[in-house]
Design a protein around this ligand. Structure first.
Ligand code: ZN
Length: 187
């Protein structure tokens, strides 16, 4: 399965905590060309292969502002979507729920986030769209948009919680190979 309007995607390596690209702010997309559509397709393929609810481009080593969200997790008749340059334009309420991240394997923590959001983005055709969501899809959108700003879900935890995760975080960091570095110019 791939998202509407995208070519078949390739599954890419998921970058782990400690890889500097996860702290790199994504670049806004100015023109959606064939290469970017392929990147978006790879993002969707990688998300689905890892059973992820969402995935951000820097998690597969890309520096463009693209996220994938699997809408079927909330409504089986829906499929995966990709959003270019997503930005939160409205939010409401707060909800606490358990969250994890493919870049932080084995770690789940309760994170407070807005319970409803509206996100403006550009779709694969270059058309401006607005997506409104609540529950797990709102949470996924906020989590993935955070990624594009170099923010990880553990950044929302208290200092005490982060201290308690320190050795587990260090273990993930140690598993990151030195060759896994930021590839500039990679779209
Ligand atoms: Zn994540």
């Amino acid at each position: 399965m791939t998202a509407e309007g995208l070519p078949p995607g390739r599954v890419r390596e998921v970058r782990l905590y400690g890889d500097p690209i996860l702290r790199t702010k994504a670049r806004l997309v100015t023109e959606i060309d064939k290469g970017l559509l392929q990147s978006a397709a790879d993002l969707v393929a990688t998300m689905l292969a890892h059973d992820g609810l969402g995935l951000a481009a820097n998690q597969i080593g890309l520096t463009s502002a693209i996220v994938a969200i699997d809408l079927s997790r909330a409504e089986p008749s829906n499929g995966p979507i990709v959003l270019f340059n997503p930005q939160v334009v409205r939010n409401r309420g707060t909800e606490e729920a358990e969250e994890g991240c493919l870049s932080l394997p084995g770690i789940t923590e309760v994170v407070a986030r807005h319970s409803q959001v509206s996100v403006q983005a550009t779709d694969y055709r270059g058309k401006k769209i607005e997506v409104s969501a609540q529950g797990i899809i709102a949470r996924a959108l906020l989590h993935e948009i955070d990624h594009l700003n170099g923010i990880l879900f553990i950044d929302h935890l208290s200092e005490l919680r982060r201290q308690m995760l320190r050795s587990r975080l260090a273990r993930i960091k140690e598993s990151v190979r030195p060759a896994s570095c930021v590839q500039m110019g990679d779209q």
